[in-house]
Design a protein. Structure first.
Length: 51
């Protein structure tokens, strides 16, 4: 599929910026994925956490 619209930002513009964290009800914090947390996520779900 052809690119029909020019990118709004040059490639890599957001690469060096910190990723957002969003606080939600119940004291939870939504944060970006990190491969180092895969083991904990797999343990909680009961599934393997192969990355």
């Amino acid at each position: 599929m052809p690119l029909l619209v020019e990118p709004a930002l040059p490639e890599g513009t957001l690469r060096g910026m910190p990723q957002p964290q969003v606080a939600v009800e119940g004291g939870l914090l939504l944060r970006p994925w990190a491969a180092g947390r895969a083991v904990a996520c797999g343990a909680r779900s009961g599934r393997s956490a192969d990355v």
